[in-house]
Ligand binder design. Structure first.
Ligand code: THU
Length: 138
């Protein structure tokens, strides 16, 4: 992934590549907006996901949540980093619902927002969801 910013680490690069590959599996016949995600858990394992739409539109599951729910359902609980790849000019930020779910399992997670053309932006989840409501607030 070439960009004009500081170089990606090997792990960040791998996550973006895995997310791009997962994007090819997206089921998005309604929006035609394909999204892929790859989440790195504390164990070192990577889980991927794509958006899965439905004729009943509101049932759509975003790529990020597909990946995270796959990881959690395999017994993983801690997100280290998550990469998202979509087709946008600069980068694609996760939707609000996904930010909340990322925060639940990774209050210190790094979010790598990539595009199909190789651009990217990297931010901690707390930049994307400031003053977040999480498990510690209950
Ligand atoms: N989408 C994602 O997969 N992740 C996001 O963070 C934003 C939106 C999907 C949902 C829907 O299938 C399509 O993109 C258009 O909103």
């Amino acid at each position: 992934m070439a960009d004009d910013k500081k170089k990606l680490t090997d792990v960040q690069d791998k996550l973006l590549k895995e997310a791009a590959r997962a994007r090819e599996k997206a089921y998005a016949p309604y929006s035609k907006f394909l999204v892929g995600a790859a989440v790195l858990m504390d164990s070192g394992k990577i889980y991927t996901g794509c958006n899965v739409e439905n004729a009943s539109y509101g049932l759509t599951c975003c790529a990020e949540r597909t990946a995270i729910f796959k990881a959690v359902s395999e017994g993983e609980k801690k997100i280290k980093a998550i990469a998202i790849v979509l087709d946008a000019p600069d980068y694609g930020a996760p939707c609000g619902a996904c930010r909340q779910v990322i925060y639940e399992f990774g209050p210190k997670a790094e979010v790598i927002m990539g595009t199909v053309t190789g651009r990217y932006e990297i931010r901690p989840i707390t930049d994307l969801i400031p003053l977040a409501f999480g498990p510690d607030n209950l």
